[in-house]
Design a binder for this molecule. Structure first.
Ligand SMILES: [Zn+2]
Length: 437
């Protein structure tokens, strides 16, 4: 389908031309084919669909670079607890009860929430991932999905079961699926849930499949302390030594990193995913993002799952990422609006392995574009558009969402998800999981 977005201002995330006013964007077969001053479209172009840019701002879709979409049934159910208590006493026992269907419907609910708040691509690791992938295909979103080569069962203690072949099959079944919108990485939950031999095998598997790894890294102080006590090494050093860093890596959290860790992360080209809300809510700490940026590390943003957030709204992450480092260091020049915007768009696309095709509004890129309704009191006057998007805009300002040239939401109406049905299903799932009568 050919789409024409007419007469719109664009925040591009393209450093060569960051802001364009009153332009037309032409999309042919999912690709941004031209961006011209309004009214000067190529004469041969015929639009199947026209979208008005009046009182709108176009920007690249947001990228949620670390989440667990299948957890949405656990929203608002395990709050104000330490990570250890939260994970081992609350989350793991509930996950034991979760079924394929639960993850399917929960993923659809998370997708509806993400589309409504302007996310066009996300990186997910969770359980029952075949059913997460089925749901993602229906929604039209772009996703980096990962499956663990080890299954864990909470059988009076955590039991690990080999699932390397299942992981291989998952890659073969889903990588490149849905018009190449799905990319499959290997999930390594963390260095504390897998032994050294399994970490090495997981690294070998990712290398064999020529893909990457999605891992939680240095989320808490105790993760660092326990690792040093057990191995004499930080989790980052373990990843380096086991070959995890020999492939592209999505490294979530990176809160308790040392200077040596940062050097290793920089040299290995690890993508650092900053999850400010989740880290604050679980009392984990605050990632030293300014130091990561200074080391040239690609920093992107994620919401984490709703059990530790409690939403999937990337506008909140962008906002918080631009605020907390200023407060911590008492330095208002740290993490600018422009940097936070880039973390949520182009850096996220790069972290997910989609960076050559998406993350900017630029000719030749795939059309993952959102339109914000800027005719709102809190967006008048606009002045600096980066500031407006990061400090003033809300997820609910997202008016239209396009992924790969397909319209997933128009004028706040979802096109691919039956939202009422999904909400009803997930509410019933939550009642069953929590035995609420
Ligand atoms: Zn997580």
């Amino acid at each position: 389908m050919n789409i024409l977005i007419e007469g719109i201002d664009i925040l591009t995330a393209d450093p060569t031309s960051e802001y364009k006013r009153n332009a037309d964007i032409g999309i042919i077969n999912g690709i941004i084919s031209f961006i011209t001053p309004s009214g000067r479209i190529p004469p041969e172009f015929k639009a199947d669909k026209k979208l008005s840019g009046l009182k709108k701002l176009a920007m690249p879709g947001l990228v949620n670079a670390h989440t667990h979409c299948g957890m949405t049934a656990m929203r608002n159910s395990a709050d104000d607890l330490s990570l250890q208590k939260w994970l081992f006493e609350r989350i793991f026992p509930i996950e034991e009860k979760m079924t394929d269907e639960d993850v399917y419907w929960s993923t659809l609910l998370g997708a509806a929430e993400m589309i409504r708040s302007g996310t066009t691509a996300f990186a997910d690791m969770y359980l029952h991932m075949d059913h997460a992938a089925e749901a993602v295909c229906e929604t039209g979103l772009r996703a980096n999905l990962s499956r663990s080569p080890i299954d864990f069962h909470n059988d009076g203690g955590l039991k690990a079961v080999d699932a390397f072949d299942k992981c291989r099959d998952y890659f073969r079944n889903w990588n490149g699926n849905a018009e190449d919108k799905i990319k499959v990485y290997v999930e390594v939950h963390s260095t504390y849930l897998m032994d050294i031999e399994s970490l090495k095998k997981a690294a070998d598997l990712a290398a064999e499949l020529r893909t990457g790894i999605h891992i939680h890294l240095l989320e808490t102080a105790s993760e660092r302390k326990d690792s040093l006590e057990k191995y004499g090494k930080s989790p980052v050093e373990i990843c380096k030594d086991t070959g995890i860093f020999n492939v592209p890596v999505i490294g979530a959290h990176l809160v308790h990193v040392s200077g040596d860790d940062i050097n290793i992360l920089g040299a290995a080209g690890v993508n650092a995913i900053h999850n400010p809300t989740s880290n604050l809510k679980l009392g984990s700490g605050i990632s030293p993002v300014p130091a990561l940026l200074d080391a040239g590390i690609n920093v992107a943003l994620g919401t984490d799952g709703v059990a530790s957030n409690n939403n999937l709204n990337m506008f909140e992450e962008m906002h918080l990422a631009a605020l907390i480092h200023k407060g911590v260091a008492q330095n208002p020049e740290l993490v600018t609006a422009r940097q936070a915007f880039r973390m949520a768009t182009v850096n996220g696309a790069k972290a997910l392995g989609f960076g050559n095709d998406t993350g900017m509004i630029k000719v030749g890129m795939k059309a993952d574009i959102i339109l914000l309704d800027i005719d709102k009191p809190h967006l008048h006057p606009m002045n600096d558009p980066h500031s407006a998007v990061v400090y003033s805009a809300q997820g609910a300002d997202v008016h239209t969402v396009i992924v790969n040239g397909a319209i997933l939401m128009e004028n706040r109406e979802l096109k691919t998800i039956d939202e009422e049905k999904v909400k009803f299903k997930v509410n019933s799932i939550s009642e069953r999981l929590f035995d609420v009568l």
